[in-house]
Ligand binder design. Structure first.
Ligand code: VG1
Ligand code: CO
Length: 543
C-alpha cells in the first residue's frame, strides 16, 4: 500500500462554528475541500500515527463518500485503526460512547445535525477528542490555523471498504473494524436505566410515538423501544434513515415535528411523544396536550433523575447554556448542588463533566445529556423520561404541573430570524453593545432594565475565556431577553432572540406562553430596533 502525498492550497472559511464545520453539501464536494479539513485536523492533533479513530455520520447525502475519504486519509496519516459503524450510520452520542469505550484518540462525526440534508442542503464534519466530547475551542482554533497554511494531504490509493457487513479488514497496517454501534449504545443505556420498570410500564398499556424524522435514531429507537422495552410495533415512525431526511428538517421542535405535535394535541394522543434530530443528540418531549420546553425538560429531568439507577446517589451539579432558562438553576439551588452557565454549544460542558463538577447538562435547543457520554443524547433523555414516568406513575402533564407548582414557571420561547444579511445582523448586535452604558434603569414596554451585558465565560476548569457569547438584558420582575447570532447556519446570519419570564413561586402558571412573554418581547424589539436594523420582527421559526 503506497501512501500518496497530494499537494493542496488553503481554502478560505474552514472555521468550525458552534458544532463543527458546516457548509452547503456542494461546497464539501468540491475538490480538496473535505481533504484539507481532515488533514488540518490530523495536523492539529499532532498527527495520526499509531492512533485509533471512530468514523460515522448521520446518514445524510455524501456521508458514505466522506467516510471512505476519511478512512483512506487515516491510513495515509499512519493511523493504527479505524472503527466505523455499519453502513456508516452513527448517532453523535453513540460516537461519543464508542470513542470512550474503545479508548480511541478521537472521532470524526459527519453531520450537519438539525440542518436539512441533500446535495443542495447542508453537510458537516465535527472532530471529537479523546474524552468523547466536541473539540474544545483551543483545538478548533488550531484546526482552523492548520487550514490556513496547509500544503499537502496524505491518503492511500485503495478500493473502498465494504461498510455493509460487520467485520475487520485492513489497509496495510491499519485495521478497519466495521461495528454494530446500536448494540454498544443499547448496552450503555441498560446500565443507566431501569429497563424492567420501563418494560412493565409498556406492558401495562402505556403508549408512545417516537418520530425519528428519517434520521439517525431510527435503528436505535426501534431496537431499544420496540424490540427490547416492548413498546408496540409502529411506536417508532419515520424510522428508516434517508439521505435527505424525507426532505424534512430533522429538527425536533413543534414546527418541524408538526405531525407529532398534532397527534399529541388530539384525542388520539398516546401517553408520550418524542422525537430526535438528524444526528440523534437532540430530543423533544411532549405529553398529551402538554409540550415540554427543553429548558423545563432539563429542570424536570434533573429534579427527578434520582429515580433512575445511574443517578440514585444524586447529581454532582447541573450546567446549562446561557440562553437556556433559569428553571434548572432553581432545581440546583433546592438540591444544594452547583449550577453552571456556559456559552452555547456542547463543547463547553466537556471540562465540567470531566472534572466531575456536573452530572446533567442541557440547552434550550432541545439538547440534554449526562456524564455517561460527552455529547447531548436524544434517546437518553427519552429513556430518562420513561424511567421517571414508570416510577411516578403520573402523566407527563401532571409531572410538569407539579414541577411548576413547586418551583414556579419559567415561560420561555425562542424566535429565529433566518437568512438575515450578515452586515445588518452584525450592526444590530453592535448597536445593542453600544447601549450597555445607558440601558440600566430605562423602561421599555413597562419593564425596567436591571442589567445589560455581553456574556463572557471563564472556564472554571482550564481558565480559558470565551468572549462575545450573546447579549443579555434582564428586566425587573424576572424577565430576560438574549440576542445571539447562530453558529450553525450556512446562509447569511440567523438572529436568535431568546425570551423568558419567571412567574415567581406561587405565581400564575396557566398563561399562554406568548402572552406571558409579550412585555419582554416588546421591550426586546424596542431596545434592538430590530425592525429598523434587520428589517424584520416576524420570526421564521418560533419554538
Ligand atoms: C445551535 C443551538 C445550540 C446547539 C447547536 C448544535 O447552535 O442553538 O444550542 O448546541 O445548534 O446542535 P447555534 O449556534 O445555531 O445557535 V446540533 O444538534 O445542530 O449539533
Ligand atoms: Co444534533
Amino acid at each position: 500500500m503506497k501512501i500518496e502525498t497530494i499537494k493542496t492550497t488553503p481554502i478560505d472559511g474552514q472555521m468550525p462554528g458552534t458544532s463543527g464545520l458546516r457548509k452547503k453539501t456542494r461546497v464539501f464536494m468540491e475538490p480538496r475541500y473535505l481533504e484539507n479539513f481532515i488533514q488540518a485536523t490530523f495536523d492539529a492533533i499532532g498527527g495520526g500515527t499509531g492512533k485509533t479513530f471512530i468514523v460515522g455520520g448521520d446518514g445524510r447525502f455524501f456521508n458514505k463518500d466522506a467516510i471512505q475519504t476519511i478512512i483512506k486519509m487515516a491510513a495515509g496519516n499512519g493511523a493504527a485503526g479505524v472503527i466505523v459503524s455499519q453502513n456508516g450510520i452513527l448517532s453523535t452520542p453513540a460516537a461519543s460512547h464508542l470513542i470512550r469505550l474503545n479508548k480511541a484518540d478521537g472521532g470524526f462525526i459527519l453531520s450537519a445535525s438539525h440542518n436539512p440534508g441533500g446535495i443542495d442542503e447542508d453537510f458537516g464534519v465535527k472532530f471529537n477528542a479523546q474524552n468523547g466530547g466536541p473539540a474544545p475551542e483551543g483545538l478548533t482554533a488550531k484546526i482552523f490555523d492548520a487550514t490556513t497554511s496547509i500544503e499537502q494531504y496524505k491518503t492511500v490509493d485503495v478500493d473502498d471498504v465494504d461498510l455493509s457487513s460487520i467485520g475487520t479488514t485492513h489497509y496495510g497496517d491499519m485495521q478497519i473494524h466495521v461495528v454494530d454501534a446500536v448494540t454498544d449504545y443499547q448496552a450503555l443505556m441498560e446500565t443507566l436505566f431501569d429497563f424492567a420498570a420501563i418494560r412493565a410500564l409498556f406492558a401495562s398499556g402505556f403508549t408512545m410515538r417516537f418520530d425519528a424524522m428519517h434520521a439517525v435514531t431510527g435503528p436505535y429507537a426501534t431496537a431499544i423501544l420496540e424490540q427490547t422495552l416492548g413498546a408496540a410495533a409502529g411506536t417508532v415512525v419515520n424510522g428508516i434513515p434517508l439521505e435527505d431526511f424525507g426532505k424534512g428538517h430533522p429538527d425536533p421542535n413543534p414546527i418541524w415535528a408538526k405531525d407529532l405535535m398534532d397527534l399529541m394535541m388530539s384525542d388520539a394522543s398516546p401517553d408520550i411523544g418524542a422525537a430526535s434530530d438528524g444526528d440523534g443528540d437532540r430530543n423533544m418531549i411532549v405529553g398529551h396536550g402538554a409540550y415540554v420546553t427543553p429548558s423545563d425538560s432539563l429542570a424536570i429531568l434533573a429534579a427527578n433523575a434520582h429515580l433512575a439507577p445511574a443517578y440514585s446517589d444524586g447529581l454532582a451539579g447541573i450546567a446549562r447554556s446561557m440562553p437556556t432558562s433559569a428553571a434548572s438553576d432553581r432545581v440546583a439551588a433546592k438540591l444544594g448542588i452547583g449550577s453552571y452557565e456556559t456559552p452555547t454549544g456542547w463543547k463547553f460542558f466537556g471540562n465540567l463533566l470531566d472534572a466531575g463538577k456536573v452530572t446533567i447538562c442541557g440547552e434550550e435547543s432541545a439538547g440534554t445529556g449526562s456524564s455517561h457520554v460527552r455529547e447531548k443524547d436524544g434517546l437518553w433523555a427519552v429513556l430518562l423520561w420513561l424511567n421517571i414516568l414508570a416510577m411516578r406513575k403520573q402523566s407527563v402533564a401532571d409531572i410538569v404541573a407539579d414541577h411548576w407548582n413547586t418551583f414556579g414557571r419559567d415561560y420561555y420561547s425562542r424566535y429565529d430570524f433566518e437568512a438575515v444579511e450578515t452586515e445588518k445582523a452584525n450592526k444590530m448586535m453592535q448597536d445593542l453593545r453600544g447601549q450597555f452604558g445607558e440601558l440600566v434603569g430605562q423602561s421599555h414596554a413597562g419593564l425596567t432594565v436591571t442589567s445589560a451585558d455581553e456574556f463572557s465565560y471563564l472556564d472554571p476548569v482550564d481558565g480559558s475565556i470565551s468572549k462575545n457569547q450573546g447579549v443579555r438584558i434582564a428586566f425587573d420582575g424576572g424577565g430576560r431577553a438574549v440576542f445571539r447570532l447562530s453558529g450553525t447556519g450556512t446562509q447569511g446570519a440567523t438572529v436568535r432572540l431568546y425570551l423568558e419570564q419567571y412567574s415567581g413561586q406561587g405565581g400564575d402558571i396557566g398563561l399562554d406562553t406568548q402572552t406571558a412573554l409579550q412585555n419582554v418581547r416588546d421591550a426586546a424589539f424596542a431596545i434592538s430596533a430590530m425592525e429598523a436594523t434587520i428589517g424584520r420582527i416576524v420570526p421564521d421559526v418560533i419554538t
